[in-house]
Write a protein that binds this ligand. Structure first.
Ligand SMILES: [Zn+2]
Length: 207
């Protein structure tokens, strides 16, 4: 008797940015599922004058031995530049994003680095609301940081693990949730929550 391989989540450090005088890491997350590998957010691959003030220090996926060809699907939690800049590395791979987010990124001024959103070969799958990417890997709209933000909820057998992008930029925000997205994440009673800009996942206080 063989049991299915467990789903695992691995953070990959792809950049550092300077925000409010502090070095802020940028992470993407690989979800290893028996039916495929899903990459959540893609970081950055190059510098851009629009964000030079954040002094990006890059560790792009394609320069750290990451197996790009192994990725079966990409999820963008949202389309700010530090979450979609590596989409260009995955031509033809389905990229799941909320339709609202894609529309905002394409239309609103100053929202992101627009040419990174629609890099050549990037193949979006616009999603309206909840969507299951693979069995036990669900996308849920979680507005707040942006109105089209989504989180990735991964069933692990026990309490779920959530990959939340920037629903909380700082871990402390989940201690006292205020946005719809933060309240949603807390309502899921997660075992842990991976953020894009912290080295360690957030965990709820012991009950
Ligand atoms: Zn953001």
């Amino acid at each position: 008797m063989s049991r299915p391989a467990p789903v695992t989540i691995t953070p990959v450090h792809v950049a550092d940015l300077v925000a409010e005088g502090e070095l802020m890491p940028v992470y993407v997350h690989v979800v290893e599922h028996p039916d495929g590998r899903v990459l959540v957010d893609t970081g950055m691959t190059e510098l851009h004058p629009a964000v030079a003030d954040m002094d990006p220090r890059l560790r792009p996926l394609d320069e750290q031995g990451f197996d790009l060809a192994s990725i079966d699907a990409v999820v963008n939690t949202h389309l700010h530049f530090d979450h979609c800049g590596g989409n260009v590395l995955f031509p033809g791979v389905p990229v799941y994003v909320q339709r609202q987010e894609l529309e905002d990124a394409r239309r609103l001024e100053g929202y992101t680095i627009r040419e990174w959103v629609d890099s050549p070969g990037v193949t979006y799958v616009p999603v309206d609301g909840e969507h299951e990417v693979l069995p036990g890997i669900r996308l849920l709209p979680a507005p707040g940081h942006t109105r089209g933000t989504q989180v990735v909820v991964v069933e692990t057998g026990g309490r779920p693990v959530v990959i939340c992008g920037d629903v909380a930029v700082w871990a402390g925000e989940l201690d006292e949730p205020t946005t719809e997205g933060q309240l949603l994440v807390r309502s899921l009673d997660p075992e842990q929550v991976w953020l894009a800009h912290t080295h360690e996942p957030w965990r709820p206080p012991a009950r």
